[in-house]
Each structure stands twice: as C-alpha cells, then as structure tokens.
Design a protein around this ligand. Structure first.
Ligand code: ADP
Ligand code: MG
Length: 678
C-alpha cells in the first residue's frame, strides 16, 4: 500500500549559492557562528537604523531568518534596556514563548528567568532583572490591565503577526493607540511572509523592513489520487522516504496531539517490525501540551547515520524552526476553532488548510539544503479546493473573554474599536448579551463590580463567574480545584493502548455521583491526600505532570482571591453547592433529555450527546450542564454534570424563565411519537 506521488513544481530558492549544510554540520556551529549565519545578521545595522528612525516598523522575513531570537538581542546590545526599560516580544503560542526564551538565554549566556525570561498564563519565569521578556499575546493583553501604557517597555515586538490570533489582533488595536501618546515607545510588527502590506496600511503606512530569505529550492510532490486515510498515508510516506531517500530529517504536519500519538504508535510498531534492516529512525512529537523537556528533544542532534522524524502540529509551521528538515509531509489539514454566534456553539474541527499554509509548510523543507515537500492531496485539490489564506481567529471565535477585557480597559464602544479585520457584529452583540446575563455588565453595557472581579481571573468569563458564585455556596476551594483541573482536562487520565482496560478501570473508580467535574475534584483531592505523590499518579493512570500543572494553576487562582475579596471557603461534601456554582457560570451550556432519548440545548434546540467517557453516559439524567462541546463524529458534550432545572431560574433569572424549564413537552411528544409509530 505505497503512496504514489507525482512531482508537480518547484518553489524556487532565493539564495542558491549559499552553502548547503547537512544537519550535522549545522549542529557543529558555535553559537556565534550560528548567529552570524542567519539571514538577519547582515541587516543588523540597517535594521537598528530603521528602528531608530521610525516609531513603528513592519518587519517581514521568512521563518528561520532570525527575527524572534535575534532582534531582541540586537536591541538589548544597542542600549534599549538602559534606564531599567524592557523589551517585550509576544508569541501566539506558549511553547514558542518558552522555547525561544530558553534559546535566547543560552545565546546570551544567562540563566533563563534572569535577563531573559518568559511569561505565559499560569507560569511566570521572569524576575526583577528581566530585560527581554517573551510572552504569549494573551499574557500581554492581560498585562494591559495593570500597565495600560506599557510604561516599563522601550520596545514592544508583536511577533508572528501573520498568525492573526485573536489576542494578536486585539493587541494591534491597543498598541497602535498607545504608540500615539508614547512617542518614545518603539513598536515592531514582525511577520513571516505575506500580509506585510496589510499591516503597514493598518499602522498608518508604517515602513516595511524586508529581510531577504535564504531558502533552497523545494520540490513539490502531490499524490496521484486523493488519499482516503491521510494518517495512514503519512506513516507510509515517512517509511518510503526513510527507505529510499538520502539523509535529512522529516517533518510531518498533523492536526493535534491525538493524531500525533496515533501516528507515533503505528510508526514505532512498523519500525520495530523492520528491526535492524533499516537505519535508525528517531520519532519525536511536538505539540502545545507536550511537556517542555520532551519538546526540547526536537532540537537535539540527529544520531549519525540515522534520521529524525518530527510529528508536529501547526506549531512547526512558523513558530518553531527546526534545523535539518529536508522532507516535509503535509496531509493538508489543521485543527481550527469555529463559532456560531446564533447558537453560541464553539467547535474545534479538523479542516483543510489554506494555500498560504501549504506553502509555508513546504518552505520548511528548504532551510538548510534543497528539499522536498510531499503533499497528501492532489494538485487539483490544491488549485481548486484550498482557500487563499486562513480566516483570522477573531472572525470565528467567541469573544466573551476579549470583550470583558476591553471593557475593563475602559473601551466601551466595541463596535468602533480599531480592528484590522472586525469580528462579525453579531458575535460582538452575543458576547455583550452573555456578559450581561452573567452579571458582568449592567443594562447600559458598563462593567459591574462582578465584571471587574471576573476580569481579574485569567479564566473564561463563565469559569470566572463560577468561581465568584462559589463563595455564596461556601465551596471556593473546591471550585478552584475544578477550574484548575479543567484547565489541564484533556491530559489528566493516561490511557496507553496496551493497558486500556486497567486505565479505564482506574478512571471509572474516580466517578462521583453528580458528574465529571466532581470526578476531577475527587482525583485532585485523593492526590493531595497522598501529599501529591508521583507514585500514586502512576498507580492510578493519572498524568503526574498535568496534576502538577493543575496545582500551579490552583495556587495562582488562590493568589487572586485576596485582590477580588473572595474568602477561601471550603466544604468538600457540599456537592449541590458546587453544582449550583457551576450552574451560575455555565447556564448557557444546559441541555435537556428529550422524549426520543436525545439531548437538546435548552435555548437553541441543538442536538448534543453525552461523551462516552463521561460518568453520566449510562445514567442519562434529565438536565445537564456541559463544560464544552467538541465536534467529532457527533456533537459531544465534554465534562458534564447533572443539575436540577429549577436551579437555572434561581441562578440566572435574566436568562431563564419558568417557561424555559417546564416539563410539559415531554409527555406530549411521547404521545406524538407513539401516534406516529402506531
Ligand atoms: P524567525 O523568528 O525569523 O523564524 P528564529 O529567530 O526563531 O527565526 O530562529 C533562528 C534560528 O535560531 C533557527 O534557525 C534555529 O537555528 C535557532 N533556534 C531557534 N529556536 C531554537 C531553539 N529553541 N533551540 C535551538 N535553536 C533554535
Ligand atoms: Mg519567529
């Protein structure tokens, strides 16, 4: 079952005379040689001149040219950190912020967290001494609450601007405004390729500084016919390359952790079976939730004579540069969030990528020498089925968080906020309505005291409201635990395929009456009772790393209680109170069991299903609240609890009236169904 490819065209290289290095040669370079070999190095002086001359500068350069790691260092050495000022650099992804900060600390020869540090949600690795601060874009947005004019920064770099994440898009509007009344603040907007013109236009025609890339030609191969199973095709292609192509590492783009783990398993199995007949193949995953020590492995040198294959998400498209990649396998899909304001349903689905992404992915193969990109779709499909560029996140996501944040910054007229691409008005209006129903805004649209408190927490507005409501029921500690556990939710239970039965047993042992949130609470409480034992996690198929992270999140939330004047009340037995607190925050997420045994959301009558992993899957209670919806083969509610319908009217009288929760329809429908049958 080989995959048939045809060579279609070649992306031209931009610098064909540059010496082509093997991965091993690249790795042998000293830090200084490495820095000097980056395309940006030759433009250091002219870049610094341009920054001196202009307040706002758009910087465009291919991935790997040195923008993220080098520019902050150039500025640091040029004196931009004198007088106790800092250089900030935002990253759309947590992993990138951490890995890049580590790299720059190494290049500068300092300890990470001292002169160079990073800040991501729930983790601050900076200190008083920090001069170069990498952070997620969401983190900078949050910082605005404490420092609305970014007074401690001399330079702010909005990096990877082309990714157009929600937070980056909102930052554009905010920093543009600040630049007007802080003329000494330098603003750099840095982006991989494309769109520089658009950024320039938005920032009042700011000049564009282009760093010519250094790229070797990349041959593009397409499959002859569409592939039914791209995961299988990707695995087969890896082996084909490994067995037939000369040295050079392979990068495979997959949509997420689950796919990566599956591919890794299949591949490992096949390699094991081939045994010593083939050269060593080192299989390495990279995705956002991967623990950082595992992430660091992708940068380790390839063993001599062997080959690395990196199974990565979009994160490897532009945010991380891995040297030595010569072959790229691109199935043509990524995971994308979508949002329907009419039903207020959010879904994470696997969708085809855009042409811009496909080209970006292919480009990853031509960094150190000429490369090859294998696309697991047809040339026709590329030409006719892929969109030109991705839709910015701001146009396909729930804006509750951002609206709350902007309101707390005193920005009231959101419909006229300076967005590069405005979100759909309907989405903004729905967000305002939801914040109103949560009690965060009053009828004039102004922030209430509750809203102000909610904004203090780095949580979704619904979770923030749950936490605030938990005080009333005396269960603050328990709700904080649940919030922390939901924060690492997808990675709590460990389920290796060869021990699936044991793992499932271990998991169901934690099931608690009332639903999944209480199950998570039980896991945490039992763990805490062992004094946070690693061994206990191991025995119970719980991921220790996730638990440690949950503990850190909980600590951070606890640190915010004083500021928001919430008492740390605790009552582990008060399960009704816990469920009522959750209802106070998540009342939009209510579904009821209908006559035909299906669940429908209460307000929008959408069909949804309890996830088979849920403790409520068998029980099928009449009313449930879910934490999130995921769309796979069906619309699944993930993490559900059972509630009583009257709580809805009790905790959210703005939103639910008696008529919404009346039970009258049930017998009627049943009668009708019978009549139809008979
Ligand atoms: P750009 O931002 O223009 O895409 P970067 O500054 O991220 O470029 O990367 C420049 C070079 O720095 C890469 O080619 C790679 O060699 C090196 N590099 C970046 N991050 C790391 C890391 N975490 N570990 C080792 N090397 C890295
Ligand atoms: Mg970069």
């Amino acid at each position: 079952d080989a995959v048939d490819f045809v060579l279609s065209d070649t992306i031209k290289g931009s610098n064909n005379d540059a010496p082509q290095l093997s991965a091993a040669e690249v790795k042998k370079q000293t830090i200084k040689e490495c820095q000097e070999s980056l395309p940006i190095y030759h433009y250091k002086e002219s870049l610094l001149d341009a920054i001196k001359e202009h307040q706002v500068l758009i910087i465009e350069g291919e991935t790997g040219s040195g923008k993220t790691t080098q520019i902050p260092q150039y500025l640091y050495h040029a004196g931009y950190c004198d007088d106790d000022m800092k250089i900030g650099c935002t990253q759309p992804r947590r992993v990138a912020a951490m890995s890049v900060a580590a790299r720059v600390a190494e290049e500068l020869g300092v300890k990470l967290g001292n002169e160079v540090g990073y800040s991501i949600r729930f983790e601050d690795c900076t200190s008083e001494r920090t001069k170069i601060r990498y952070m997620t874009d969401g983190m900078l947005l949050r910082d605005f609450l404490g420092e609305p004019n970014l007074a401690s920064y001399s330079v702010m770099i909005i990096d990877e601007a082309h990714e157009r994440t929600l937070h980056t898009d909102v930052l554009f509007g905010l920093v543009k405004d600040i630049a007007r009344f802080r003329p000494e603040l330098k603003l750099l907007i840095s982006s991989a390729t494309l769109d520089a013109g658009k950024f320039s236009e938005f920032f009042d025609d700011a000049p564009i500084f282009r760093i010519p890339g250094r790229r070797f030609p990349v041959e593009i191969y397409y499959t002859k016919a569409p592939e039914a199973d791209y995961l299988q095709a990707a695995v087969v292609s890896v082996l084909q390359i490994h067995l037939t192509q000369p040295g050079g590492d392979i990068l495979v783009f997959l949509s997420g952790q689950e796919e990566i783990e599956t591919a890794q398993e299949i591949l490992q199995d096949k390699v094991r079976r081939l045994g010593s007949k083939i050269k060593e193949l080192v299989i390495l995953p990279i995705y956002a939730n991967l623990p950082s020590e595992m992430q660091a492995k992708i940068f380790e040198p390839t063993p001599p004579g062997g080959r690395k294959v990196i199974l990565g998400t979009n994160i490897a498209e532009t945010s991380l540069t891995i040297d030595g990649i010569v072959y790229v396998i691109d199935p043509g899909y990524c995971k994308q969030k979508s949002y329907n304001p009419r039903t207020s349903m959010e879904a994470l689905t696997v969708v085809p990528i855009s042409k811009a992404s496909a080209d970006q992915r292919a480009g990853r193969a031509g960094r150190v020498s000429a490369g090859k990109a294998f696309r697991l779709y047809t040339s026709w499909s590329y030409q006719n089925e892929l969109e030109q560029s991705p839709i910015p996140e701001i146009q396909r996501t729930n804006l509750g968080n951002v609206v709350l944040m902007l309101k707390s910054l005193g920005i009231n007229d959101l419909l006229n906020f300076d967005f590069m691409d405005p979100p759909p008005a309907e989405t903004l209006i729905v967000s305002l309505e939801q914040l109103y129903a949560l009690g965060a805004l009053n009828h004039k649209g102004d922030l209430t005291l509750t809203g102000r408190k909610m904004a203090e927490f780095p949580l979704d507005p619904m979770m923030a409201k749950t936490l605030i409501a938990s005080e009333k029921y005396g269960v603050v500690e328990e709700v904080m635990t649940i919030a922390a556990m939901l924060g690492v939710n997808s990675a709590v239970f460990y389920r290796p395929k060869d021990q699936a039965v044991h793992a499932d047993n271990a998991r169901t042992n934690f099931f608690s009456p009332g639903g999944d949130h209480l199950t998570l609470l039980k896991v945490y409480e039992n763990w805490a009772a062992t004094d946070y034992s690693t061994q206990w996690c191991f025995e119970n198929f719980i991921q220790h790393r996730s638990m440690k992270r949950a503990r850190a999140i909980k600590d951070q939330l606890q640190g915010l209680l004083e500021r928001t004047e919430i008492d740390l009340l605790s009552n582990p037995m008060e399960h009704v109170g816990i469920r009522k607190a959750i209802t106070s925050g998540y009342f939009y997420h209510t579904a009821r069991l209908t006559a035909n045994g299906l669940y429908k959301t209460v307000k929008h009558q959408q069909s949804v299903h309890i996830h088979p992993n849920s403790s409520l899957f068998e029980e099928q209670p009449k009313w449930v609240i879910y934490h999130e919806l995921v769309q796979t083969t069906k619309e699944y509610m993930r993490q559900t609890i059972e509630i009583e319908s009257k709580w809805l009217v009790e905790v959210a009288p703005h939103y639910y009236k008696e008529k919404d929760i009346e039970e009258k329809k049930m017998p009627k429908q049943r009668g009708k169904a019978k009549a139809e049958l008979g």
